[in-house]
Design a protein around this ligand. Structure first.
Ligand code: URA
Length: 434
């Protein structure tokens, strides 16, 4: 077999078989196939796509290119959750302890910020002392002992995806559904869980800008899960505005802790409750309705919050963060109010721009390896449909460096579209795909 033949076959819209996909992917990982031939194949896939079987095969080959984590010795069905990425998405920080508080073990590998979206691992590292790189043994021991562990992905998790993703990033081949679904699901499969709940975001702050595209991605991932005999549910959810009240690492941890104490943004909590209840159901513990009741009880009686404390303690973090987050978390004292220049109603928020503003402040990375400033971020005071007066504060910036402030403030102001008529509030959950 030669790469030329495989590239030509896909270029002409034909289906690739397992040997051809494996030849290209593993050849690329081993350095036998150069960047330009892999890039050509990726571009052919970008235009011709892959069918369900090709996607499942690509996923499997990328997953098996590195460590396949075995969690079977935990002795319980493990359900993982994945978000396709959004702005202000601190859902894992709430959902994981909620689910674990019902005795459903959480063994979660999470990522760092990607593009304009935040990452759970960066957020958790706002907590002084919190260790996110755990050995596999320690990770499993914590799951057994405390019922919860959240760690960064091991270096050798789906290395083929890592190498191909970097090439896609520089060859304009990221945003294709076959490639995205295989990329995400390869890491999920290698992570060793038995079932998955996927939060596929749709809207201006997501990678998928429309509900249609997000639904297509959700279906592709559910189909990959099914092909690998993993129970998979995908929720297509609203990312037309930042999730909850805060964007930025410490601020989002603060919001997660407040949520677990019962002081929550209604829509954000609705999403957490839905995702948690699906996770509990897939674990086989109880049905979804019963799970919702029990999860709500564990917010009221503080058990979900105590699970968060267990998580922090078990991973070396300062557990005082649970009782007094505002003094323990690094949160900048320097704030700036972004004020509306118009009266009316919030019609739209370009949420990606809010994410970019938070990166400018230092909450994300401008280039690979940049250090994150955990103390900065944005408090969102106005959401779609809210009334706003000229001169009223729509967002508060928490900043460290004055030099970044003006650009970030401008971006936030420009992200808001104010109209004269009230826009209807959007639903939190658009669709559920099983
Ligand atoms: N996240 C991933 O892990 N892979 C993609 O291709 C896109 C988003």
């Amino acid at each position: 077999m030669i790469p030329y033949e495989v590239i030509k076959k896909k270029r002409d819209g034909k289906k690739l078989n397992k040997e051809e996909i494996e030849f290209m992917v593993m050849g690329y990982v081993n350095g036998e196939i150069p960047d330009y031939q892999m890039a050509a194949l990726l571009m052919a896939i970008f235009f011709q796509h892959l069918d369900d079987e090709e996607r499942a095969t690509l996923t499997e080959i990328m997953a098996k290119s590195g460590d396949m984590i075995d969690l079977s010795d935990i002795g319980h069905k493990i359900v993982d959750k994945h978000s396709s990425g959004g702005v202000g998405d601190k859902t894992t920080l709430v959902v994981a302890p909620m689910v674990a508080s019902l005795g459903v073990p959480i063994a979660k590998m999470s990522g760092r910020a990607l593009g304009h979206t935040g990452g759970t691992i960066d957020k958790l590292e706002s907590i002084p002392g919190f260790e996110t790189s755990l050995s596999l043994e320690k990770f499993k021991e914590n799951v057994r002992r405390y019922g919860i562990a959240i760690a960064g992905q091991t270096a050798n998790l789906a290395p083929a995806d890592k190498k191909i993703y970097a090439l896609r990033d520089t060859t304009a081949t990221v945003d294709e559904i076959s490639l995205i679904s295989a990329s995400i699901m390869s890491k999920k499969l290698a992570g060793g869980a038995d079932a998955f709940v996927l939060d596929v975001k749709a809207g201006s702050g997501a990678f998928m800008k429309t509900v249609e595209d997000a639904t297509e991605l959700a279906k592709a991932m559910v189909s990959i899960g099914k092909a690998h005999k993993k129970d998979t549910v995908a929720l297509v959810t609203n990312m037309e505005e930042p999730l909850g009240k805060f964007v930025g690492n410490s601020l989002e941890v603060l919001e997660a802790i407040e949520t677990l104490k019962g002081n929550y943004d209604e829509k954000f909590f609705e999403l957490c409750l839905e995702l948690s209840s699906y996770m509990v159901e897939l674990s086989g513990k109880m049905d979804r309705e019963k799970a919702k009741e029990e999860l709500l009880k564990n917010i009221e009686n503080g058990r979900a919050l105590e699970k968060f404390r267990d998580l922090v303690k078990a991973q070396g973090g300062d557990e005082r963060v649970v009782d007094d987050p505002e003094s323990i978390l690094p949160i900048s004292e320097k704030t700036f109010d972004v004020k509306s220049t118009k009266s009316g109603f919030v019609k739209n928020i370009d949420t990606e721009e809010i994410g970019v503003a938070s990166i400018l402040l230092g909450a994300g990375r401008i280039k690979k390896g940049d250090k994150i400033d955990h103390s900065v971020g944005i408090k969102i005071l106005k959401k779609i449909g809210d009334k706003v007066e000229k001169g009223e504060t729509i967002a508060v910036i928490y900043y460290s460096e004055r030099s970044n402030l003006d650009d970030a403030a401008k971006k936030i102001l420009n992200a808001y579209e104010i109209g004269s008529e009230q826009t209807e509030k959007l639903p939190m959950i658009y669709e559920v795909i099983r």
